[in-house]
Design a protein around this ligand. Sequence first.
Ligand code: NAD
Length: 370
Amino acid sequence: MKKRIAVLPGDGVGKEVARGAIEVLQAVGERFGHQFYFSYGRIGGVSIDQDGTPLPDETIELCKDSDAVLLGAVGGPKWDSLPGHLRPEKGLLKIRKELNLYANLRPTSYYPSLADSSPLRKEIIEGVDILMVRELCGGLYFGKPSERRQQGDKETVVDTLYYEKTEMERVIRLAFELAEKRSKKVTSVDKANVLESSRMWRETAEEVAKDFPEVALEHMLVDNAAMQMIKNPRQFDVVVTENMFGDILSDEASVLTGSLGMLPSASISTDGPYLYEPIHGSAPDIEGKNIANPIAMILSAAMMLRISFGLEQEAEAVENAVKEVLEGGGRTSDIAAKGKKNVSTTEMVEEIKATILDNEAILNIMGAYA
Ligand code: NAD
């Protein structure tokens, strides 16, 4: 198989983890006989510095011409004082809008070997397997107006929460379709006791549910969901929610696995290409130290292999290699095991690559005796 992949490393540790994911994909190509062609584009702070904008048109064109997009992370203190429209994060919001990426899928699974890295007790997180489906193109992050105002000597500010009902409907429908293939339960999270937008969200979820009689729908207020996620996370399977609630809840869910550095994501559009990125940011506090955990980015690449390219066996090879390395004790500092030496970003990538390629040797031997 031949595929063109646009790589947008971005800023901070985004560059370090994107490099790792590319090396892992090259190992997958070598093992399974695929050709992946990587083309690089700028986004975020690096692009503000070079192009004067957080997302140049040539990056948008590159993404639209590719079969899938891999993104590292954007942002950093260097650009924090720039006006809102010039912030690196605007590049991220713009690429989501340009590619029409309306749903962000964020799986959170329990790794037995990382039980000690989570701040929660093992009996609470054991067996957790949550798929968070976050609306990505609407809500507070995109609504206009979004501005500060000076009215006489009164300083005010406004952000707008705007949704079209069809935007709610398509992401909720996707959540139900995914739930049909999992444990047939959807938890829809909103703030219907306060927000009109949430009352429309709840109504829409009820309407969509009628088309999926085998899937159970429950509603949960976002404040309760935040609490339940920590108290009893096993009750959740597919969780669907609007943009900002999903942003916050999925970071909260990351502590279940031990670190932000473990959680991948896939952003789905109506007509492709899809975009894959870790849920963490550019982590300026650890930039350049070669200690960032590359697993979230590598697992995002595995999601790309499965969802965009239909390469299930290849995706599993990556996921199994990650599990094997963790079980063997390979840990970056964010998921460090007590009393054990940590590995660097590049060492973690090397171990995962070697495991993927070693598996081939084992498969060849098994094949010879089959
Ligand atoms: P962050 O996710 O960058 O970091 C939060 C904490 O998690 C930090 O302590 C960091 O060291 C740690 N961390 C994150 N990724 C890690 C990894 N792979 N391995 C080990 N530890 C990791 O969030 P933040 O500090 O709030 O934001 C930093 C910058 O990133 C800001 O400019 C923010 O706007 C931006 N940001 C970008 C994205 C994105 O590109 N999708 C998402 C969130 C934040």
